[in-house]
Design a protein around this ligand. Sequence first.
Ligand code: E4P
Length: 217
Amino acid sequence: MKFFVDTANVDDIREINDLGLLDGVTTNPSLIMKSGRDIIEVTKEICSIVEGPVSAEVTAMEYSEMLKEAEVLAKIADNICIKLPLTLDGLKACKALTGDGHQTNVTLCFSANQALLAAKAGATFISPFIGRMDDISLEGMELIAEIRQIYDNYDFQTEILAASVRTVNHVKDAALIGADVVTAPPATLKALVKHPLTDKGLDAFMADWAKTGQSIG
Ligand code: E4P
């Protein structure tokens, strides 16, 4: 499973990337707003930190305007992945951009049929938003399972990018179902390592080690 971090904060991206576990980054207009920075400038910096795909989202609603914005975004770096909304214009732009050799991420997916359309449009990634579904008492994880089954039925190569991840259990459940990628906020990715028995065990080992009076090396 690939790990993407869902933020436009370069300090957080650097920290997670330095762990050696990061495969890519996802951003969106809200995350750019939170960064307080210019989209081109901050996206360029992110692309210089991380080798994998960096999703940058178009903000136009209409096909030809989306393509114009995609052209600007694609010039930022070779690892840009153009993020497009799950609308008819977005799908049409996805088809055109993947045909031109760009990586694409179709975002704001909330149904299996939408994911089917994105795969038919040749999307590199489909982003089902788990947390936002759970927020309104829908089952985000069921959607991941449905998409997995449909993509496997037809051998679609579009990768399932579990998005809007809010908890460590979202990560585990998406992995169990077989999502190809998970994108999560920095705090959620870092929380994956936490277990009280690990902390307790380490404390005990360190206390016993101190009693030996030894040091290694
Ligand atoms: C995915 O690409 C989106 O940027 C993100 O996961 C949305 O998450 P949210 O629902 O927490 O805003």
